[in-house]
Every structure is written in structure tokens, then in C-alpha cells.
Write a protein that binds this ligand. Structure first.
Ligand code: PLP
Length: 410
């Protein structure tokens, strides 16, 4: 068996489809977001980052950075163990209380990422409640899909954001069958927002639990940053809320917030929680500072929405194919993986504008796109540079009228 040849074959397949991923080698400059240095063979140069999920720039917020420094000075770098075996520090305990309070729940449970929180929780729920059927929105994130798969229970996929289709599927099961409806509040690639209240109505009618991924909403929506369910005043109707500490809160880690018994059961049975070293104390301290700040400060949230709306308006005014949606996500549709990559390559090479191309399997084939993420600290001038560069590139390679012209970077 020629193992190297096998690896190479798979890599060649990705290259020929135009979706081989090249990571930008970046060094962010603390206090200067969205400016970063990009490292290439030719040395380092300044770029403007337009695709980060550090939505509010909290990763460089002075309160967050100071809390992390202070924690390192006090307790060192690592937690020293799993949560069960010496890795529960006071920072973890305080952070779980803060998260439970943020979502108005009895309890919360930390994981090393929201991916792990989804995977571990969904798979364990099915084991704790045998016979559970999970109803999953067709656009759910890979972490939920994997969690459902690992639970090995029955899964029913319903049409994206479609309560009528969900109801038609729920109806087919007896009321006594345990059910979970798993969905997101903000779908990160299209920017759609889900009809949470309508889904909760169905959950009540058909005796189902609700599992809501608020990863792209926590910190960003709601009076205290509790997400779309807080904004809509319905956090209490959702049984389990999943969130990340990495995006809106700017640090790292994930969690669920739910009833005391639910969190305790996941804590006690989920291998993805039990058998791994806990988050570094400094990370927990930074996340704690971030959540506390965003609970009381609305400045970042308001400015974030203003920046996103402004950028969408500018792109539309220049007839660039920005996808309409009610959230902060700014998708610009390209529809071809090679083209998407060459556009973003030229943006980076000629304009110092970094936008990672979004390809299959993150989005369906034929819907490759640029996903722009303006933050409160992206300036008018940076937006004007971005839109003007995109406008010029679009004129050089008109995707819209079907003439596919390869750009020089390919
Ligand atoms: N859920 C959704 C909807 C996501 O988009 C992501 C990551 O992008 C995750 C969960 C995982 O979050 P984390 O980066 O904290 O693992």
C-alpha cells in the first residue's frame, strides 16, 4: 500500500475542484484590529482582515486582555487536569455561573469549544433518553450533525427554517416518543434568523425539547448579549442553549446552558466533557471579563449592527451580489469555487484585503461565496477600500452574466 500516494490523490482532487484550502499566516496586532500582519515567503506585510468571527473585536478588548494577563500571573498557564481531576478552577466555576445568568438558566456547563459542546451534548442526550428522535434543521452546523450521528438515534431532517415542514414531521410520531428539535438562531453562512417562537410552539404542542445553537448570536443580540432568544424574550422557552466563547466574546471555549438536572447529567455522562483537559484558567478569565462587559455595554452591539447595515448598503449600491438577510452576516455570492478563490487571492495580493473563500462542504456546491464580517472597529475608509476593490474585480470578471474570466492570480 502506497499511503503517500493515497493522501496525494485526495489532495489533488481538492485542487482540481478549486477548493484546496490555503490558510493565511497571520499575526494580529493587539489594539489595531482589523489590521494584522500576513507572513508569506516574501516576508510580512500589513493586511485588513474582513472575515474574522471576532465579531465585536472583544479578543483585543482591554478588559479581556487584562483579565487574561492577571489570571496567568496568579495561577499560571494550564488548568492541570480534566474538570473531574483537579481541572476545575474558580475561574471555571465563576464563568459557568455567569453564563447561566446570561441565559436565565439554572446551570451551565463549559466545554473546550462549542463544536465539542454540540457533539457531546446531542450524542449524550440520546443515550440518556433512549428512543429519542432528533428533528434537525437541514442547514445545521457540522457539530450538531456529528453529535446527532454519534448518538446513533433516529434523525429526521426538516426544511430550513420551515415550521410547517417541521410540524408535518413531528405529527408522524406518538406524543409519548421523546423528541428534540435541534436548530440554530443565526445561520452563519446565509445570515438567516430562525423562527424560534414558532418552533417552541411546536415543541410544546408535540412534547419535544428544544436545543438551540446561538453560536453566531451570543454577545451580539439581546439587551445583555444573550442572543436572539434573549432579544425575542423567549430564552425561558428554549430548553438547552448552546453558545461559544470564541466569536462574539472573542476568546475560546463553548457551553450549554439549561436546567440543573440536564447540565448535571451531561457533566456526569458525556465523554466529550469528562475525558479532556479543561480550558486554561486564563481563557476562562478572559471569557468571564468579556461576558461581564457585554452584559452591561450595548455600544459594541449597536455599532456592529450599524457597520453591517452600512456595508450591505454600499455593496448593494454598487450592484454587488450581497445576499439579503436580517443579521450581521454579509455574504457575497460568487457561485464557483475557482472563481471565488481567484477573487479572494487577488484581493489579498493586490489590495491587502483578506477574505477567506467559503467553499463546499461549508456551503453547498455552486453557492461558493465571500463572507464579510464587519466589526465595530472597521472604519468607513476600510469599507470604501473593500467595496471599491470588489467593484473593480467584479467588472473584470462578471460572474453575474455568466462570463467566467480567470483572474491573473490563478
Ligand atoms: N455552531 C455553529 C453554528 C458554528 O458555526 C460553529 C463554528 O463556527 C460552532 C458551533 C463551533 O463553535 P466553536 O468555534 O466554539 O467550536
Amino acid at each position: 500500500m502506497h499511503y503517500e500516494v493515497m493522501f496525494q490523490k485526495h489532495l489533488d482532487a481538492l485542487r482540481s475542484e478549486g477548493r484546496y484550502r490555503i490558510f493565511a499566516d497571520l499575526k494580529r496586532r493587539c489594539g489595531s484590529y482589523p489590521i494584522a500582519d500576513q507572513f508569506t515567503d516574501g516576508g510580512a506585510r500589513e493586511v485588513t482582515v474582513w472575515c474574522s468571527n471576532d465579531y465585536l473585536g472583544m479578543s483585543q478588548h482591554p478588559a479581556v486582555v487584562a483579565a487574561m494577563h492577571e489570571a496567568i500571573d496568579q495561577v499560571g498557564a494550564g488548568s492541570g487536569g480534566t474538570r473531574n481531576i483537579s481541572g476545575t478552577t474558580h475561574y471555571h466555576v465563576e464563568l459557568e455561573h455567569e453564563i447561566a445568568d446570561l441565559h436565565g438558566k439554572e446551570s451551565a456547563l463549559l466545554f473546550t469549544s462549542a463544536y465539542m459542546a454540540n457533539d457531546a451534548t446531542l450524542s449524550t442526550l440520546v443515550k440518556l433518553i433512549p428512543g429519542t428522535v432528533i428533528f434537525s434543521d437541514e442547514k445545521n452546523h457540522a457539530s450538531m450533525i456529528e453529535g446527532i450521528r454519534h448518538g446513533r438515534g433516529e434523525k429526521v431532517v426538516f426544511r430550513h427554517n420551515d415550521p410547517a415542514d417541521l410540524e408535518a414531521k413531528l405529527k408522524k410520531y406518538p406524543k409519548g416518543t421523546p423528541k428534540i428539535i435541534a436548530f440554530e438562531s443565526v445561520y452563519s453562512m446565509d445570515g438567516h434568523i430562525s423562527p424560534i417562537a414558532a418552533i417552541c410552539d411546536l415543541a410544546e404542542k408535540y412534547n419535544a425539547m428544544t436545543y438551540l445553537d446561538e453560536v453566531h448570536a451570543v454577545g451580539l443580540y439581546g439587551p445583555r448579549g444573550g442572543g436572539i432568544s434573549e432579544r425575542d424574550g423567549i430564552m425561558n422557552r428554549v430548553h438547552i442553549i448552546n453558545g461559544t466563547l470564541a466569536k462574539g466574546f472573542g476568546v475560546m471555549g463553548g457551553y450549554i446552558a439549561a436546567s440543573r438536572a440536564c447540565c448535571d447529567a451531561i457533566r456526569s455522562y458525556a465523554p466529550g466533557f469528562i475525558f479532556t483537559t479543561s480550558l486554561a484558567p486564563a481563557i476562562a478569565a478572559g471569557a468571564l471579563a468579556s461576558i461581564r462587559h457585554l452584559k452591561s455595554s450595548t455600544f459594541e452591539r449597536t455599532r456592529h449592527q450599524e457597520r453591517a447595515a452600512k456595508l450591505k448598503g454600499m455593496l448593494k449600491a454598487d450592484r454587488l451580489p450581497v445576499v439579503e438577510n436580517p443579521s450581521h452576516i454579509v455574504p457575497v455570492m460568487v457561485g464557483d469555487p475557482g472563481h471565488c478563490k481567484s477573487l479572494t487571492d487577488v484581493l489579498l495580493r493586490d489590495f491587502g484585503i483578506y477574505v477567506q473563500p467559503i467553499n463546499y462542504p461549508t456551503v453547498p456546491k455552486g453557492t461558493e461565496r465571500m463572507r464579510l464580517t464587519p466589526s465595530p472597529v472597521h472604519t468607513d475608509e476600510q469599507m470604501e477600500r473593500l467595496v471599491s476593490a470588489l467593484k473593480g474585480l467584479w467588472a473584470a470578471c462578471p460572474v453575474a452574466n455568466g462570463t467566467y474570466v480567470r483572474l491573473a492570480a490563478e
